[in-house]
Every structure is written in C-alpha cells, then in structure tokens.
Design a protein around this ligand. Structure first.
Ligand code: ATP
Ligand code: FE
Length: 335
C-alpha cells in the first residue's frame, strides 16, 4: 500500500511516501522566514506552504521512486495547528485525492506524534498496547494512555505553556534565536545541571505547568544581569543545563506517577522536545532504574514530519477508515 502524507500544521511543509509501514521518503521544507520575528508568523507560514507544497510532494514521490498514479491513499493533517497552514495541506490533499480517485484520510497531528513509533525502522522496536505516551512538543504536553491505534485517552496535560514553549521562551530570555529549544540542548551538554536550582511547580495529579518556571527564569536572569552584565555570556552552558535539568525533572515526576497509577510501564515519548538529548538519556536510564520499557523516536520523527501522518494513514487505510471531501481542517481538535 502506497500512502502519500502531507503535514502543514505549523511552519514546516512536509510530504512523505510510505510503502505499508515503511518510509520511502520524508521531505521537510523548513521555513526560515520566521527567525527574524522570533516566532512563527501565521500569514507568512501559510504563504510559504503554498509555495512549498507542490515541489515538496514532487520530491517525495521522486525519492520514493513512484508516481502519483501508484498511490493508494492520501493522508493529511486535519489539526490541531494554525488554520491558514492546515488549509493549504488540507485543500491540496483533497484535490489530489479527488483527481486520483483514491481515499482521503484526515489525521490528528498529536496522535501522529505518538503513532510515529509504529513506523518500521531497523533498530527500533514498536510499543505493545497498552502503553503510556508523553507528547512533548511546541504546543502540547500530554500524558496519553494508548490502548490501540484508535483508542487513546489523555490522562494529564499542561494547564498553561507547553514544554516546547518553556524551552523556547527560556532561550529567548537568554537572547538565543528562535526556536531556542535545540540551542538550550546544545549548550546544556557542556554545562553542570546542578549549578542553579529552580523550583518546580506544584500541580496536582498528572497535569503540568510551565509558565511559572519561565517567570522564575526571567527574574533570575534580570537579577544576575543587573549585578554582572555578562552573566549570561559567561555562564551560558551552566544556565542552559540547569534549566533543562529542571524541565526534565518536571516531566519525569509526572510520568513516574502515571506509571504507578496505571500499572503500565511501557513509556513512549513523541513530539519536538523528544529530540532533546537530556530527555533521551534520562528516559533510557529510567529503563534500568525503574524496570520500564521506553520508546524514543528516531530523530527525524520527533519534530513535525509527514512520515508520522503517513503511518496513521496506513493503519486507517487497513480499517477502511476514510474521510469524505466535506472533512474540514480544525485549529483545535477533539482527541
Ligand atoms: P504541536 O505538535 O504541539 O502542534 P509543533 O508541531 O509546533 O507543536 P513540534 O514540531 O512537535 O511542535 O516541536 C517543536 C518544539 O520542539 C519547539 O518548541 C522546539 O524548540 C522543541 N525542540 C526541538 N528540538 C529540541 C531539543 N533538542 N531540545 C528541546 N526542545 C526541542
Ligand atoms: Fe508537532
């Protein structure tokens, strides 16, 4: 089964071709226009998607070594995301599916971040149901109990900022360019995580909060910069390591409770922040420490990519779960 997948929920335009659960191509066109604004500008994002989508799909098909006439279905991101961005991918997918007379499959982006673990990859094991997934991304922070491909329940989520925002906003306070998450990760690798300590928020149950941490970091930097204007420059690695350490602790505290409460000790992570090297090592260590089985996505399937949309499309295709052309893009979408 050849699936073409389109992802355009935020600022990356991506197209992938899968043969069953194997990825033949996964092309991502990053939009650099947003860098100078320090964040994603929705109008610019949708305009760039319009420019990118046809060439990106062409390259994906070419790299996969097939033509559009070989395709069996088209999967696309229905939401959540930026409306203008979603519409570009959605309209493209709809017209192509009509033109080719093949099924259309609308995919939830957050479920795709989780189900990316079912892409067939050498050296990567697939989780067995049920498992816990922690989706840690630019717009979400959730703990999800996954009982099947089509059955998932959110058992914890952030009450304010997402963990990716906590990384990006902290980076902004340090004067790092957008998106700063990967840069915090990079500097943290040279630093001592115990140099500075930040307090963790007190949130009941399995929910998260990150906005307090951001304010705490802002005051901490303001206070120290007043004493020494070069404070950030001189201590960048230790500051980044300490921030990252705190964020990881916050995540680990909650997933530990989730394992205890559900009795499920298979833990998968997904979403852009699962690219973070600190989180990846901490989770691997948890395997030995707590006897969990952990699943860490291949790097290219962490941040937004169409391959993860394609794998969800494939499993829906097998069940004949198709969408009709009246399906609409949704900025917010029920799980
Ligand atoms: P969502 O999936 O919630 O709709 P999104 O699609 O915009 O949001 P992703 O692409 O999944 O988000 O993730 C992007 C986020 O991941 C950004 O906040 C980015 O800073 C963060 N990120 C990427 N790599 C790293 C890293 N190595 N360390 C920390 N954060 C990272
Ligand atoms: Fe995402």
């Amino acid at each position: 089964i050849y699936t073409l997948a389109i992802e355009s929920s935020c600022d990356d335009t991506s197209a992938a071709v899968l043969c069953n659960d194997k990825v033949l191509s996964n092309i991502v066109a990053r939009q650099s226009v947003h860098e100078e604004y320090g964040g994603v500008v929705p109008e610019l994002a949708s305009r760039a998607h319009q420019q990118n989508i046809v060439p990106v799909v062409d390259v994906a098909l070419k790299k996969a070594g097939i033509t559009k006439d070989d395709l069996h279905c088209i999967a696309f991101t229905q939401g959540p995301g930026l409306m203008g961005s979603l519409l570009v991918g959605g309209s493209f997918a709809k017209s192509l599916s009509q033109g080719l007379q093949i099924p259309l499959i609308a995919v939830n982006h957050m479920k795709a971040h989780i189900l990316a673990h079912f892409i067939q990859e050498e050296g990567f094991e697939k989780p067995k149901f049920p498992f816990l997934a922690m989706t840690i991304s630019g717009g979400h922070t959730q703990i999800v109990k996954v009982t099947s491909f089509f059955n998932m329940e959110i058992i914890g989520e952030t009450t304010d900022d997402a963990v990716g925002e906590a990384f990006d906003k902290s980076a902004k306070i340090l004067g790092l360019p957008y998106p700063g998450g990967p840069l915090i990760d990079k500097y943290a690798q040279e630093g001592n995580p115990k140099t500075y300590s930040f307090t963790k928020p007190k949130v009941d149950g399995l929910n998260f909060s990150f906005s307090g941490l951001k304010t705490q970091i802002l005051y901490f930097i303001q206070k120290n910069t007043a004493l020494n204007p070069n404070f950030v420059e001189e201590n960048k690695a230790d500051i980044c390591a300490s921030i990252q350490y705190t964020i990881i602790e916050i995540l680990m505290d909650k997933i530990k409770i989730a394992v205890k409460e559900t009795g499920i000790n298979q833990v998968a992570i997904g979403g852009g922040v699962s690219a973070n090297s600190g989180i990846r090592t901490t989770l691997k260590e948890a395997e030995k420490k707590y006897g969990w089985k952990t699943f860490i996505p291949k790097f290219e399937y962490t941040t937004d990519n169409a391959a993860m949309i394609g794998i969800v499309g494939y499993y829906n295709f097998l069940e004949n779960n198709f969408s009709d052309t009246s399906v609409v893009s949704k900025a917010r979408i029920e799980f």
